[in-house]
Write a protein that binds this ligand. Structure first.
Ligand code: 13P
Ligand code: ZN
Length: 270
């Protein structure tokens, strides 16, 4: 079967990275059933032949109007598709979409009619914001990391930056590799426009990673592997915290002076 990836090595490499990360998500135990989703802005890889391609679906409403995404292209995980299947067959468990002229609809372009993830409003709203500010970020990831989600069931951890400081203090690399910390989005219905709006509002506060309370993580970065890495270091810190609690003590955490030393040595933002 013909694929949009044929004779397009850069686009192919991009989708290979999506497949690799999908495999990691499954192996981590973060991707039960169809859990989690991935959206990549691939507009930079689009040539005139793709621009001339006829849509293979009717225009479908996004649910919101995203003025900065006119004519942009995205690879999206399909709704109800499994990460473990996507890892083997990314173009059968996801599709390439194009945002239409009115910025309120998308149409599926390739390879087959796989309806994008139900969390598309959140992903596209965040890409609209990133595009508007000229960000180099192209990847957004939503996943269900066990320990991080468990921590959002504890009300005191939901206060602004409480989890950020706790997790940063568990192991020095956390702040080095997730320097903006972890924003908190209060519980909202999965796939809702309200969740999309709250996600964008929290990302705008200058976070790359936000927790969806009692649900999962939403992360953005230049590429998908980097977004995955941020979630992975945060969840490692959560596991260290829980291991200490399981051994029967509250972990001491790095001292404030040690955190400050790290911030200066690695030229970190806050
Ligand atoms: P989709 O299968 O629609 O991507 O949904 C998975 C999910 O995690 C919803 O939050
Ligand atoms: Zn989810």
């Amino acid at each position: 079967m013909e694929s949009i990836l044929d004779n397009r090595p850069l686009l192919q490499r991009e989708i290979e990275q999506v497949a690799e990360v999908a495999g990691h998500l499954w192996q981590k135990g973060w991707a039960e059933r169809n859990g989690g989703n991935i959206v990549i802005n691939i507009t930079d890889h689009i040539d005139t032949a793709i621009m001339r391609m006829h849509a293979i679906s009717k225009p479908i409403e996004i649910g919101t109007t995203l003025a900065h995404l006119k004519g942009c292209y995205f690879y999206c995980k399909g709704t109800n598709r499994r990460m473990r299947d996507l890892a083997r067959k990314p173009m059968e468990n996801g599709s390439v979409i194009r945002i239409t002229e009115d910025c309120a609809h998308y149409e599926i372009v390739a390879d087959s009619v796989v309806k994008p993830t139900s969390e598309l409003p959140s992903h596209l709203s965040v890409h609209d914001y990133l595009t508007a500010k000229g960000s180099p970020y192209k990847a957004s990831l939503h996943t269900h990391p066990i320990e991080l989600v468990a921590m959002t069931h504890h009300r005191p951890f939901l206060e602004k930056d409480v989890l950020t400081h706790l997790l940063w203090s568990m192991i020095p690399e956390t702040k080095a590799f997730c320097p903006r910390g972890l924003g908190i989005v209060p519980y909202l219905l999965p796939s809702s426009l309200a969740l999309a709006q709250e996600t964008i509002d929290t990302i705008e506060e200058d976070y790359d990673v936000v927790m969806w309370e009692k649900h999962g993580v939403f992360a953005v970065d230049a590429d998908l592997m980097s977004a995955f890495d941020q979630v992975d270091v945060l969840n490692k810190a959560a596991q260290i915290y829980m291991s200490a609690r399981n051994m029967g003590f509250e972990p001491e955490g790095m001292a404030d002076e040690q955190m400050q030393e790290m911030t200066q040595a690695f030229h970190l933002p806050k």
